[in-house]
Write a protein that binds this ligand. Structure first.
Ligand SMILES: NC(=O)c1ccc[n+]([C@@H]2O[C@H](COP(=O)([O-])OP(=O)(O)OC[C@H]3O[C@@H](n4cnc5c(N)ncnc54)[C@H](O)[C@@H]3O)[C@@H](O)[C@H]2O)c1
Length: 437
């Protein structure tokens, strides 16, 4: 099939590469000329395991190409995915300007019947707006469908190739059949294609993200209770998560959820529900807990060292909002590091892949970056951990203690056993567990 994917970010690139891999003829369009030039050289501007190989292979086979010409991409394709960003507007609602600009461009460019699919996460009712933009510019029939994306950054290629389910909100039998054909290679074993009406598909995406965010904030609230009572949230988590009705996922306490999706999607859902007169108080609470949780490590550091941090140096392990990605959008590390710098502290940071992102888009030379995570520790007053990268999980504790100026660790991901840390000579602060040492 001839497919266009408009927007070559995390989602657009994965969708484009995976659809090319199953034999489709894919053109990816983006307005960022620099990005497109790099992609055409086989250089992938984001870190996502497996993606670069997939793109290189499909470029070689000429099944994927990249262009800045949205009009040409639309003309060349029967199926068009809109995968541009939907960042939060000032009032928290999803900013649809990019989605609607693409819809307008599709309307202008259409020369034959098309199936247009919103892949971007968009509020319920957006497909209707997309249709209006297109139909006000052309008489040619268009199908407007919703196909929310559930991939996780860090495992995005795998998630797209082997989805738990594919949700398709369709407006016609014809669109349903064409999209079934497109997705069949990905659901050959156990997963299902769930066909539904378009508004239900639009809501499904927000409901799924809001549910996951709720579980995280819920456990962070329970962690606070554990801290106040001397209980251990890890025991509580296991006790709760082994209940088959609840399950273990997304119950880890920590420094709150970040990234490009949960924070903005919860905000946007609260906004949509408010506008339509639905009660969003549960989700407002989820967001309030998270706002506080993102600042937890900074609060702990200030409680321990005082408001004036001048003359103090902090080692930071982990900048990305989660492992296996260089994405730092809404990462908890941003809140801690800005707070440390504002109070006069110095920061030496390590992340296996996000240091370039941190330097280019967030901190420039205001913090120091080091090659190996042990290098960050040299004479530091404390170590602060934000991201549960595998390589931070079993470090050489003796080497750590010897390198640190003061053996103080603030662990926002509960990577280590508090008793073991105490025995190894650390003062160890974690989340929802007793502070030892
Ligand atoms: N990142 C994720 O994990 C994830 C997962 C599921 C869904 N989503 C949703 O998918 C959408 C895209 O997210 P992302 O993380 O890929 O965003 P991104 O910011 O990484 O990429 C968006 C791309 O769209 C391009 N763009 C903007 N306006 C354009 C236009 N008019 N024409 C062509 N290209 C244009 C930008 O240059 C950019 O390259 C969002 O709605 C997001 O909520 C993201």
């Amino acid at each position: 099939m001839k497919v266009a994917v408009i927007g070559s970010g995390y989602v657009g690139l994965v969708v484009g590469a995976c659809l090319a891999e199953t034999g489709n003829d894919v053109v990816c369009a983006d307005i960022d000329a620099g990005k497109v030039a790099r992609l055409n050289q086989g250089e992938v501007p984001i870190y996502e395991p497996g993606l670069e190989d997939l793109i290189e292979k499909n470029l070689d086979q000429r099944r994927i190409r990249f262009t800045t010409d949205v009009v040409e991409a639309v003309k060349a394709s029967e199926i068009i995915f809109i995968a541009v960003g939907t960042p939060p507007d000032e009032d928290g609602s999803a900013d649809l300007q990019h989605v609607l600009a693409v819809a307008a461009a599709i309307g202008e460019a259409m020369e034959s019947e098309k199936i247009v699919i919103t892949k971007s996460t968009v509020p319920v009712g957006t497909a209707r707006l997309v249709r209006r933009e297109i139909e006000s510019r052309t008489e040619i029939p268009v199908h407007v469908c919703s196909n929310p994306e559930f991939l996780k950054e860090g495992a995005a290629v795998d998630d797209f190739m082997k989805p738990d389910r594919v949700v398709l909100g369709v407006d016609s039998e014809y669109a349903a059949e064409r999209l079934r054909e497109l997705y069949e290679p990905f659901v050959r074993t156990s997963s299902a294609i769930l066909f539904m009406d378009v508004p239900s598909a639009e809501i499904t995406k927000y409901a799924a993200n809001a549910m996951l965010a709720t579980r995280i904030s819920f456990m962070n609230a329970i962690a606070q209770l554990c801290e106040k009572t001397g209980a251990d949230v890890d025991s509580v988590r296991k006790g709760v998560g082994t209940d088959g009705r609840i399950g273990p996922s997304f119950l880890f306490p920590g420094v709150g959820y970040g990234g490009s999706c949960f924070p903005k999607d919860v905000k946007a859902l609260v906004r949509t529900m408010g506008e339509l007169g639905a009660d969003a108080s549960i989700l407002q609470a989820v967001e309030d807990v998270n706002e506080k949780q993102k600042r937890l490590l900074l609060r702990r550091v200030v409680e321990r060292f005082g408001e004036d941090l001048s003359g103090k140096t902090f080692a930071v392990w982990g900048l990305a909002f989660k492992p296996n990605t260089d994405d730092m959008r809404e990462a908890p590390s941003l809140f801690t590091i800005e707070g440390l710098l504002e109070r006069g502290g110095a920061v030496v940071a390590h992340d296996p892949v996000a240091m370039e992102e941190a330097r280019e888009h967030h901190f420039g030379d205001r913090i120091r970056y080091v090659e190996t995570y042990y290098d960050a520790l040299a004479d530091a007053d404390a170590l602060i951990i934000h991201t549960e990268w595998l390589e931070y999980r079993r470090p050489d504790f003796e080497r750590m203690r010897a390198a640190l100026g003061h053996p103080v660790v603030f662990d926002g991901r509960n990577l280590y056993d508090p008793r073991r840390m105490k025995a190894a000579g650390f003062e160890y602060h974690s989340v929802g567990r007793p502070t030892l040492g």
